[in-house]
Design a protein around this ligand. Structure first.
Ligand code: G1P
Length: 271
């Protein structure tokens, strides 16, 4: 059973400047709610009971958001506003599930994952990248079902415009399993369009084996000098670990870019 999730949150958010110059991008409101709460709710609905947040000293406000009890208690004592009471109860519920670890140097997603190592108990865990919102259908839940059926690792996949492949991790597909799932032969981080093996992109939901920690610890920096999770995954595939690509049914909202972030509020308002 997959019960633990990790969420890397130490990124600088430069694609969203100036909004992120003093503010954590994951707390920016999307249709009246911090983006990170959509991700937490996806986890809870998928049966996750512990979430490891990888933050940095610069993004301590994310921890403060969940540890502001004194402030809430004072306001509630004075105002007894049912809306605030409900919001506080929700924050308390989230807080109970979350553990915090720190990645103070932005060395890449792979390096962030290493920081969560000591918390992971089971053979497999879920990872969600908070820039990627998937609405209408719970992608993590669907991926956990795929994992339970086929046993291996699972990653979310979506077809993208061929001209934009250098923005994503791109799959090399081995064979189709069924309509929504395929076996992965390889994955390459942000290839040039003329070298990309396909236009099937990695979207930020992963079910990964605990063995990835060992790969990451020994891994040399890749593209842009960062430790990429993509490179560790390729190394596991080379060792015959099964990786399945899952074409998710929900709607993808790219909240990591300014255009995508603006559009995401409009899309969610329509739901
Ligand atoms: C990360 C991954 C990339 C993946 C993308 C999905 O890139 O490295 O493989 O396709 O998330 O959003 P980033 O968005 O951090 O540049």
């Amino acid at each position: 059973m997959i019960k633990q999730a990790i969420i890397p949150l130490a990124g600088l958010g430069t694609r969203l400047l100036p909004l992120t110059s003093v503010f954590a991008k994951e707390l920016l409101p999307i249709n009246g709610k911090p983006g990170i709460e959509y991700i937490i709710e996806e986890c809870i609905d998928a049966g996750i009971n512990e979430i490891i947040f990888i933050i940095s000293d610069k993004k301590i406000m994310i921890k403060n958001y969940f540890y502001n009890d004194k402030f809430y208690k004072n306001i509630i004592k004075k105002k007894k506003d049912p809306r605030i009471i409900n919001e506080y109860k929700k924050i308390l519920k989230y807080k109970k599930m979350i553990k915090f670890v720190f990645q103070n140097k932005p060395l890449g997603t792979g390096d962030a994952v290493i920081k969560a190592k000591r918390f992971i108990k089971d053979k497999y865990f879920l990872m969600l990248l908070p820039d990627d919102l998937i609405v209408k259908k719970n992608c993590s839940k669907a991926m956990i079902s795929v994992h339970n059926k086929f046993k291996g690792s699972v990653m979310a996949s979506m077809k993208v415009n061929k001209k934009t492949v250098s923005r994503w991790g791109i799959y090399n597909i081995s064979k189709k399993i069924n309509k929504d799932n395929f076996l992965i032969k390889g994955v390459v981080e942000k290839p040039n369009p003329n070298q990309a093996p396909s236009n099937n992109a990695v979207i930020g939901r992963y079910i990964l084996p605990r063995t990835i920690f060992k790969k990451l610890t020994n891994q040399k920096p890749g593209k842009g000098g960062e430790i990429h999770i993509t490179d560790a995954i390729q190394s596991l595939i080379n060792d015959n670990e099964i990786f399945i690509g899952h074409n998710f049914l929900g709607k993808y909202l790219d909240c990591g870019t300014m255009n995508g972030y603006i559009k995401s509020s409009l899309e969610i308002a329509k739901l």
